[in-house]
Design a protein around this ligand. Sequence first.
Ligand SMILES: Cc1cc2nc3c(=O)[nH]c(=O)nc-3n(C[C@H](O)[C@H](O)[C@H](O)COP(=O)(O)OP(=O)(O)OC[C@H]3O[C@@H](n4cnc5c(N)ncnc54)[C@H](O)[C@@H]3O)c2cc1C
Length: 440
Amino acid sequence: MYDAIVVGARCAGASTALLLARRGHRVLLVDRSSFPSDVISTHFIWPHGMSYLNRWGVLDQVTAVTPTHTTVDVVNDGIRLTGSVPVDLLREYFRDLHGDDSGVVQQYASVRRRVLDQILVEAAAKAGAEVRTNFNVRELVTEDGRVVGIRGRTADGQTVEDRARIVVGADGRNSFVARTLNLPKFDERPRCTFAYWSYWSGFDLGPGQIHRRGRLACAVVPTNFEQNMVLVWGPSEWSREFRADVPGNFQKALDFVSPELGAVVRDRGTREERIYGTLDQSGFLRPLYGPGWVLVGDAESAKDQCTAIGITHAFRDAELVTAALDRWLTGDTTVEEAMTGYEARRRSQNAAAYHDYVCTLAEMRPYRHDELQLFVALRGNQQETDRFIATHADVAPVSEFFQASNLFLLNDAAKETSADHAVFDDFAATSRTYQQNLFA
Ligand SMILES: Cc1cc2nc3c(=O)[nH]c(=O)nc-3n(C[C@H](O)[C@H](O)[C@H](O)COP(=O)(O)OP(=O)(O)OC[C@H]3O[C@@H](n4cnc5c(N)ncnc54)[C@H](O)[C@@H]3O)c2cc1C
């Protein structure tokens, strides 16, 4: 009998198993994959994600093989903002959510999942969790309406049953645990992005860059193996036409969103792998917990990749759920009270506002004139630029940045500075071209 069985051994599951095992609990961590391996995901990590890794003592292993940077470029319609999530806001984030601000770092990195997930799985095993890979969970064992274990199949075809006080579903957006329990999805957001990416060697552009023009976006970030991850995304309603010629349309999108980046990739880059892609990233929430089970990571809250936050949120969930389960498993509180506490943090007003922010951004509506003016105004104001980046990364509350007084203040400055930027020349005509599907 285990204290916890964790289904899914990547950023949500391996982290939860690692933290529970460190607190002395008996943990079984299972996954149908073997490691090292990738999963459908790019892998940009914001500073609070890196801070979690540091808090858990595994950051050095990541940075030993992965380039890091301390600023990021966000370029909207050619308007470049360079900044960093402020350290004081990072500290505040950890104090508010977890009660202590140890381990905060201001680094960004893009860590291949075959590197990151392997480090986490090994750390979980070292902490004492029993790790079983190539193990496909096929049934949940229930008694009197309560989940009490799992039944699954090993690589050589044997069926094995294991029991635990709690089963943690960390098995991703198509969660087997959630589907088996018939858990409903709510706050579903079908309008989302398609995303295609691959890995190029041959150039070094320094810190990560995120570009957006009209309804399309691209990003380039240095990653492992002396390569760059280059990613293109756009509205899912354009995906069918994009898919008709993936390599050609990939380059076409890059050239449109950032001609400079398009030229670097075309003229200096060597593509090292095939182009990966996904068409459906609709957002939704699921219930968090019930009798004998709890969900973490994408299983509980799936959202579009456009703000690159899923890995960091999976780490957040791992710390939150571990703190809650530990209180119950050590007899400090009832399971109901522990889970209510977990839910209060996960379903806070700020969490709801950020979910809405990501899902709205994922519709890939072109920026309005006043929104672009705001970005122009931010260029001269490093403090507000950093606060905007913190908001985008879910470190500072969305409501605090986009409050009316702030926008008016910035907008006054914007009126004086926007005249010198090409995007405002014939804005109405530009906006009309943005509505046309570039790949049709
Ligand atoms: C295109 C794309 C780009 C993204 N880019 C970023 C980014 O740049 N930065 C970022 O932070 N996030 C990004 N994300 C989001 C991120 O990938 C997810 O939020 C993250 O992977 C969720 O982690 P997880 O551990 O919850 O689930 P997953 O990583 O999906 O892991 C689930 C695991 O569960 C296992 N599993 C499932 N069912 C079973 C079963 N029945 N039995 C045994 N094992 C099972 C699977 O094998 C898998 O290993 C992106 C997502 C996509 C789709």
